[in-house]
Design a protein around this ligand. Structure first.
Ligand code: FE
Ligand code: FE
Length: 180
């Protein structure tokens, strides 16, 4: 049975879930425009990775929407913030590192809000998604570090590589070398 709509805790949970959904929608748009630019610059594999991460964020946005709907809420379609026009790989990976850092911090707070409201299904959802954001963050941080220390020598590895993502659409699963 879904929790009663009048429960005062449910309102706070719905706010947290919708705030998270709007952050996912922002990330989706941001990562999509970035992977088009990386494709145009012919960094195929960097493009493919960010495309897969964008697809992870789409899945997150849907999971939050499903939970919102099961609590009789209305899933938002608003983005949490504006989209930054992508420049080069260094700017892209700096921005994305910050975006994922902020997301992990916010979702930890939202998970606590849900726990406080006694909604373990929602707090568990946040915890599952935090684990995936942490994989994104690790990838962005490592890549940014390589760009900073190795510069063009690192980026040259990716020039003219394939942007093909293959049939597996989850970046987290690709990194974990798992099938669906
Ligand atoms: Fe996400
Ligand atoms: Fe993410």
């Amino acid at each position: 049975m879904p929790q009663a709509k009048k429960d005062p805790g449910v309102k706070k949970v719905l706010e947290a879930l919708n705030q998270a959904r709007s952050m996912e929608l922002q990330a989706i748009h941001q990562y999509m425009i970035q992977h088009y630019v990386l494709d145009a610059l012919d960094y195929g594999q960097l493009c493919a990775n960010i495309k897969l991460i964008a697809v992870d964020e789409m899945r997150h946005a849907e999971k939050f929407a499903e939970r919102i709907e099961s609590l009789d809420g209305q899933p938002t379609c608003d983005k949490a913030g504006p989209i930054v026009p992508p420049q080069g790989p260094k700017e892209i990976f700096t921005l994305d590192t910050n975006l994922e850092t902020n997301t992990v911090a916010a979702y930890n707070k939202f998970a606590a809000v849900c726990r406080q409201a006694g909604d373990s299904l929602s707090s568990n959802l946040f915890e599952q998604i935090i684990a995936e954001e942490d994989v994104h963050l690790g990838y962005y941080q490592e890549t940014l570090e390589h760009i900073k220390t190795l510069g063009d020598a690192f980026l040259a590895k990716y020039a003219a590589t394939s942007k093909h993502t293959g049939p597996i659409k989850s970046f987290v699963k690709v990194m974990a070398k798992e099938d669906f």
